[in-house]
Design a protein around this ligand. Structure first.
Ligand code: FAD
Length: 480
């Protein structure tokens, strides 16, 4: 029996960050991982998808952006197998980095599957056999997996989840994507740039419904359409049939049955938490009907020495939420009086253009009782850096209370993923529009759109024509 202060199970961005923090705080810590270090995020999620998106982005630039900039290059060639191998090398580098960080912080790593024995005991099963661990605290960071739908069971070769889609061995001619959520859109967008004919079947009326600001989603929907991606709304995928080397996908649309042909079927209808592992029951922790482990604001379960973080304990299923919880739980175990009280968890959709948001949607602000909201947009088309980059689709939209407190920022456009962090800081600090508008932003940068969006929401942006203000102009200082 090996004894620890803390055993972390799962090494995704929740688990590995929690383990490092525990070790930094002087706790004797172990981590158990049954697959590769880094979890879904580093191996089959955030990182590989962004690697493929980046490769497809540059290909698209070479094909469409360079000619307009009068840079002549010969027609680019893709060696897809090598591209996927490069993507894998990025993931391996990241996973190797986690290994080094864990070892450097003296975290004991167990490569195997954790079976839960009691609230203080875990058995690790691996090729080496069984190892018994005893611990004062347990942090469960078991993550999530893709949801399967009946009739579309994954073989990860032809009927694929995001995991299989990120590891294809050739560019498919035609792909049907079931589900227009962020993962489906990200993969569909890059596959289209690589040359695949993509059709998205989406049950809702719009893309990213309830996830992103509707104005932002529309910009992406328009660009997808322009790029040739076909989106069929209110479509319910029913079944598939293999005929020769291709698949016939049957779906229902307005009460009618329709069919589509495809070489690959990508199913991205959401993710399910891994709270249904049989031995978890031995811990006596409460798990809801969807598989989420129930936790309080400290991410503590109903069993005092057991915590759950990341995708396992609830929405939003995002890496940075998991990591934030990991640090917090480590500090709580060490005795800090902390609880999850973030004002906002930003979210990014890495489509073309990107969508990023922090804080409330307009509908949420109204539901919370805010009246006379101040809302305005500043377009990237009016920003010099965006024009010089030929990336003018989109805008920064700000939502503020009637007394100018910033409530929400929704960006669709170039580098939205990087721009949103300023909004997160502003919202966390309770900033008013004036705080952003009066902060000098360097020129020429995309970041100026944040300052100008704040000015636009106050009614007086410089680089767009706005209706005249009805507020009194500043008065000159009084003289004797
Ligand atoms: P995970 O990363 O899921 O890790 C859990 C780990 O626990 C796994 O490695 C698993 O093997 C291990 N495990 C489970 N049970 C056991 C056991 N009994 N014994 C041992 N080990 C076990 N999020 C973002 O924020 N930004 C993005 O851009 C983004 N893009 C994504 C793209 C895709 C295609 C996908 C699929 C996801 C994406 N996500 C993104 C979501 C992100 O990956 C997850 O929110 C994040 O990985 C959750 O971290 P976690 O620590 O909770 O668990």
């Amino acid at each position: 029996m090996q004894k620890f202060d803390v055993v972390v199970v799962g090494s995704g961005p929740g688990g590995y960050v929690a383990a490092i923090k525990c070790a930094q705080l002087g706790l004797n810590t172990a981590i158990v991982e049954r697959e590769k270090l880094g979890g879904v995020c580093l191996n089959v999620g955030c990182i590989p998808s962004k690697a493929m998106i980046t490769a497809a982005h540059w290909l698209d630039k070479v094909e469409h952006g360079f000619p307009e900039m009068v840079i002549e290059v010969s027609k680019p060639k893709i060696d897809f197998k090598k591209m996927v191998a490069w993507k894998q090398s990025v993931c391996d580098k990241m996973s190797g980095g986690v290994n080094q960080l864990l070892k450097g912080n003296k975290v004991t790593i167990f490569n195997g599957t954790a079976e839960f024995v009691s609230p203080t005991q875990i058995e690790v099963q691996s090729s080496k056999g069984k190892e018994q661990l005893e611990t004062k605290y347990m942090i469960l960071a078991l993550g999530s997996r893709p949801i399967q739908i009946p009739g579309f069971e994954f073989d990860e070769k032809n009927i694929v989840s995001s995991t299989g889609a990120l590891d294809l061995d050739a560019i498919p001619k035609r792909m049907v994507t079931i589900g227009g959520g962020y993962i489906g859109l990200e993969i569909s967008s890059y596959m289209k740039k690589l040359g695949t004919e993509v059709t998205i079947l989406e049950a809702a009326d719009s893309l990213l419904a309830g996830v992103a600001d509707p104005d932002c989603s529309q910009v992406v929907a328009r660009k997808l359409k322009k790029s040739g991606v076909k989106v069929i709304h209110q479509a319910k995928a029913k079944s598939q049939k293999k005929t020769g080397s291709e698949y016939e996908v049957t779906y229902e649309l307005n009460g009618k049955t329709e069919t589509l042909k495809a070489d690959k079927i990508l199913v991205t209808v959401g993710r399910r938490p891994n709270g249904d592992q049989p031995t978890l029951k031995k811990l006596g922790i409460q798990i809801d009907e969807r598989g989420f482990v129930k936790v309080d604001a400290q991410r503590r379960t109903n069993v005092k020495n057991i915590f759950a973080i990341g995708d396992l304990c609830g929405q939003p299923m995002l890496a940075h939420k998991a990591s934030h919880e990991g640090v917090m739980v480590a500090e709580i175990i060490k005795g800090a009086p902390r609880a999850f009280d973030a004002k906002t968890i930003p979210a990014v959709v890495f489509t073309d253009p990107e969508i990023a948001s922090a804080g409330m949607l307009e509908s949420e602000a109204i539901a919370k009782g805010y009246k006379n909201l101040k809302i305005a947009k500043f377009p990237f088309g009016a920003n010099g850096r965006a024009v010089s980059m030929m990336e003018t689709d989109g805008f920064v939209k700000m939502i503020a209370s009637e007394n100018d407190v910033l409530l929400g920022v929704h960006i669709v456009g170039p580098e939205a993923s990087n721009l949103i962090s300023e909004a997160v800081l502003a919202i966390e600090m309770g900033a008013r529009l004036q705080d952003l508008a009066l902060s000098i932003h360097p020129h020429p940068t995309l970041g100026e759109t944040m300052m100008e969006a704040a000015e636009a929401t106050l009614g007086h942006a410089i680089h767009i024509i706005q209706k005249p203000l009805h507020t009194p102009a500043p008065q000159p200082a009084a003289t004797k």
